[in-house]
Design a protein around this ligand. Structure first.
Ligand code: SAH
Ligand code: SF4
Ligand code: F3S
Length: 447
């Protein structure tokens, strides 16, 4: 056996672990590409890496605590196996919000914010010389131009088009961790989309904290970008997430009627059903203006699957106000949703409203009732797909032999027996609809 080396002095293998939203997944992939471009290799699944990048999320308290427990677990694992500790780099939104505290509390080697990760190789090199390295700058020049070209991706790929948020919902940390809204340039995005298709992508999901706020000086708007991607040969599907109700422009709604590659799915978070709570959240839309947008989207694309995010127990939320969230859910009939208990975040205005915090047991009960309603609707939506024939993009192998897993146009997971390979589009008749997935049988092989 080789003498144990200090991986921190010369890290050769890396592992990037991403938490939180899809944008973090995208950032994690780009950091992995950066490290690979430096000649490092990705550690095999389950194998200890010399450098571990924890790409963190700060959105709720639990997400933040996870960082500290993960750091502890990494060190304990190394000790128990008699290995030297790996180099630990903290990236993502906790790095941005609590950078110095992490260095103090957990003595990690590198801290790098979401707008500075193009500097990761340099920071790792510094740390290898024993210099603790922190970079949470939000430079005026975008990091994207300095990242390596995309080379190999799966059939579905993410493309960050817009970052940051100027909305300042009173519960949310994103405007502080990701900075002001910026849109990446049109030409750069079309080039990256083409590179993704060349690298194997069949579906591209455009990402942004407020993706539908994407724009350029020419006023192209997200719909204009979607029309441009529609022309890329070999790209079969386009999706986008997450949208804000206030940025839902007419052109984007129309694109759902005009662009066949644009999938019939819209994630449009509403958060709550009561106008008083929406105002206290600084959401700048009302229950009614939100429902009117959905009517227009449904008029453009009648089969659209709707999705949203909800927060229960925002400070001061009464029983009657919570009932308004339930009645909104009944009115919409969502295909799938995310729902959370309110979590006070340091530095946000709502965290100051302590005198009206909703008790934990009330929040638990509200979340249970909301999730029961959302699960009921999700099952109903899935069952309504039975008997339809639709295209399925094969994403990976299922658990059973000969079984593959793909996605329907409405973003449902579909299990089917098929000879098709990952990345193929197949025509499938849906035969079963369950809480979280569908089953189907292949009818004809699409081109
Ligand atoms: N930009 C998106 C997503 C933001 S974060 C949007 O505006 O919808 C994803 C979701 O996390 C939010 O939609 C919200 O439902 C939830 N969330 C954000 N801050 C939260 C907090 N402090 N407590 C509980 N849930 C929160
Ligand atoms: Fe957070 Fe609101 Fe911005 Fe979404 S729109 S990221 S919830 S501040
Ligand atoms: Fe979390 Fe940051 Fe995304 S806080 S949800 S990783 S923008």
């Amino acid at each position: 056996m080789n003498a144990p080396q200090n991986p921190k002095a010369n890290p050769k293998t890396f592992h990037v672990k991403s938490f939180g939203c899809q944008m973090n997944v995208y950032d994690g992939e780009r950091m992995a590409e950066l490290m690979a471009a430096q000649g490092m290799t990705a550690a095999a699944e389950g194998e200890a890496a010399d450098l571990v990048v924890l790409n963190t999320c700060h959105i709720r308290e639990k997400a933040t605590e996870k960082v500290y427990s993960d750091i502890g677990r990494l060190r304990k694992g190394a000790r128990e196996e008699g290995r030297a500790e790996p180099m630990i780099a903290i990236a993502g939104c906790v790095a941005q919000a609590e950078g110095e505290e992490i260095v103090r509390r957990a003595k990690v080697d590198v801290v790098v914010g979401p707008q500075a990760y193009h500097n990761l190789p340099e920071l790792v090199a510094k740390a290898a010389e024993g210099i603790s390295a922190l970079d949470t700058d939000m430079p005026a020049l975008s990091k994207f131009g300095t990242l390596p070209k995309r080379r190999k991706v799966g059939p579905t790929a993410f493309l960050t088009v817009q970052e940051g948020c100027d909305k300042f919902c009173t519960y949310c940390v994103v405007p502080y961790t990701r900075g002001a809204e910026i849109s990446r340039p049109f030409a750069e995005l079309v080039d990256e989309a083409k590179a993704l298709v060349d690298a194997g992508a069949r579906e591209i999901t455009l990402l942004g904290q407020n993706v539908n706020a994407w724009d350029d000086e020419a006023g192209t708007g997200l719909h204009g970008l979607i029309h441009a991607l529609d022309r890329i040969e070999g790209l079969h599907r386009i999706r986008y997430t997450t949208s804000h109700p206030n940025d839902m422009r007419e052109g984007l709604i129309r694109a759902h009627a005009e662009v066949e590659k644009l999938m019939p799915f819209l994630h449009l978070p509403v958060q709550a059903g009561s106008d008083r709570i929406l105002k206290a959240m600084n959401r700048s839309h009302t229950r009614d203006s939100y429902l009117k947008i959905l009517d227009r989207v449904r008029a453009a694309r009648p089969d659209i699957a709707l999705s949203g995010d909800f927060i229960v127990g925002f400070p001061g939320e009464s029983d009657a106000e919570f009932e308004e969230t339930l009645s909104l859910v009944d009115a919409v009939g969502y295909a799938q949703c995310f729902s959370f208990k309110y979590s006070p975040r340091p530095g946000t205005p709502a965290a100051e409203m302590r005198d009206v915090f909703v008790p934990a047991e009330v929040m638990d009960e509200r979340l249970q009732r909301l999730q029961a309603a959302l699960n009921r609707d999700q099952l109903a939506f899935n069952q309504a797909t039975i008997g339809k024939t639709c295209a399925v993009l094969i994403e990976r192998q299922g658990k059973l032999p000969g079984q593959m897993l793909g996605k329907s146009p409405w973003l449902q997971s579909v299990y089917l027996g098929t000879e098709a390979k990952i990345g193929d589009m197949v025509e499938v008749e849906i035969t079963g609809g369950f809480g979280n997935s569908l089953t189907g049988t292949q009818v004809v092989r699409a081109a």
